[in-house]
Design a protein around this ligand. Structure first.
Ligand SMILES: C[S@@+](CC[C@H](N)C(=O)[O-])C[C@H]1O[C@@H](n2cnc3c(N)ncnc32)[C@H](O)[C@@H]1O
Length: 382
């Protein structure tokens, strides 16, 4: 169990959610519940001051395990930057700030620094941690890093989001022989409980019909990320020229709705333990769902963006010269540190680890073909 203070925060959050459920007539959509659990100011999982990312946290992301991830990404960023001339980078959900540090260090080496490195972070607590890390590790570049609260108008450059879409609140659908309903959260004497309701949101209904065509008559539970569509639309509105790299775990449409995922992809992480009950430990555990990359690509096209590539993370990092960058790093480290980095490299690249579980969707506007993205491109799967 967490320390008493964390437990007190969780109890406070629980009271707020209970009040909200009561105010809404006894039912809260799962998306609203998840939003409250993760992003309630001062109390939500991403908004309170607990240590989530990295070795001592609940989960580990690629930038936390090795700077090589950010360096290889920087090689792709520099390619786009060269086409654009003066450009900026905009990172969404920058976590601890480690990815920004690795990217800026590599771009400095490549002599391809952006005019500014912008960060848009949903959590005030993480924003503060990012500021501290960047001032500590990159004093000479810190003034180029600027935090925003919304995407800027007329943005020319590269936007990137690593493991951001999987942290967005999702709606839950439950299919049975009686039809499809939306799952939400209600109250019982024992606490939060699942309760279903007729789907009212028109966008959700349209998605539900399309998913039914894919899954057939199976009993099935799945997630729909409507917020990702709105988010992508806001990126498209902002981007005048450049590229967007979206990196996350997930699948294209046909693979997403396979029979083995009939319980959905919703997962909770508490102290490196995965489980599937989001109704416990509000504010203390992470809640995530896999990303439907076809849905993102369709939204991108309807927002007027081009879909420039879809890659397994391993192929994308190899195209970003990660093995050459690793050889350079080996020269700089002692044997023990290098051993850690070579095992991190395997984790980033191996098919059974992050190499194939994670995908990179590249979107673009007004760009020439990017040669590095022509190898192992899997857009045909979308
Ligand atoms: C799983 S963490 C990943 C952090 C970091 N990108 C990494 O790879 O270590 C998810 C991050 O996305 C942020 N986030 C979620 N939704 C967001 C949104 N709509 N805009 C910006 N940041 C968001 C969270 O606050 C958190 O920093």
């Amino acid at each position: 169990m967490d320390d008493p203070l964390a437990q007190e925060y969780s109890d406070q959050l629980k009271l707020q959610i209970v009040a909200r459920i009561e105010a809404q007539g006894g039912w809260l959509s799962f998306a609203d519940y998840m939003h409250a659990c993760l992003y309630t100011p001062g109390l939500g999982y991403y908004s309170a001051g607990s240590h989530k990312l990295g070795a001592g946290g609940d989960f580990t992301t690629a930038p936390e395990i090795s700077p090589l991830f950010g360096r290889a990404l920087a090689v792709h960023i520099a390619d786009v930057g060269r086409q654009l001339g003066e450009y900026e980078v905009l990172e969404f959900g920058a976590g601890s700030g480690r990815l920004a540090v690795a990217i800026l260090q590599q771009l400095a080496l490549l002599k391809a620094l952006p005019e500014r490195y912008l960060i848009l972070e949903a959590s005030a607590d993480l924003q503060q941690r990012q500021q501290e890390l960047i001032e500590d590790q990159l004093p000479a570049l810190a003034e180029r890093v600027v935090w925003l609260s919304e995407p800027p108008a007329d943005f020319k450059g590269i936007m990137l989001a690593n493991e951001v879409c999987d942290a967005m609140p999702v709606h839950l659908l439950a299919y049975s022989e009686d039809g499809v309903v939306e799952q939400g959260v209600s109250l019982t004497a024992d606490g939060f409980a699942w309760q279903s309701k007729k789907i009212e949101d028109r966008r959700l209904l349209t998605k539900a019909v399309k998913i039914r065509q894919q899954i057939g008559e199976q009993t099935y539970q799945t997630e729909v990320n409507l917020l990702a569509d709105d988010w992508l639309q806001s990126l498209a509105d902002s981007l005048s020229q450049g590229a967007i790299f979206i990196i996350d775990y997930g699948y294209p449409f046909a693979e997403y709705y396979r029979p083995e995922r009939r319980q959905g992809t919703l997962r909770c992480y508490y102290r490196q333990q995965a489980h599937d009950n989001p109704l416990v430990l509000p504010g203390l555990q992470d809640i995530t769902a896999h990303v439907n990359f076809t849905a993102l690509a369709e939204q991108a096209l309807s927002s007027g963006l081009d879909v420039a590539g879809f890659h397994e993370q391993s192929d994308f990092l190899l195209a970003g010269d990660i093995t050459m960058l690793a050889a350079e790093l080996e020269q700089q480290l002692d044997a023990v540190k290098w051993l850690q980095q070579s095992s991190a490299l395997k984790q980033l690249l191996m098919p059974g680890a992050m190499g194939h579980q994670f995908k990179v969707l590249t979107l673009s506007r007004d760009l020439e073909v990017l040669p590095r993205l022509q190898m192992q491109d899997r857009r045909y799967q979308l």
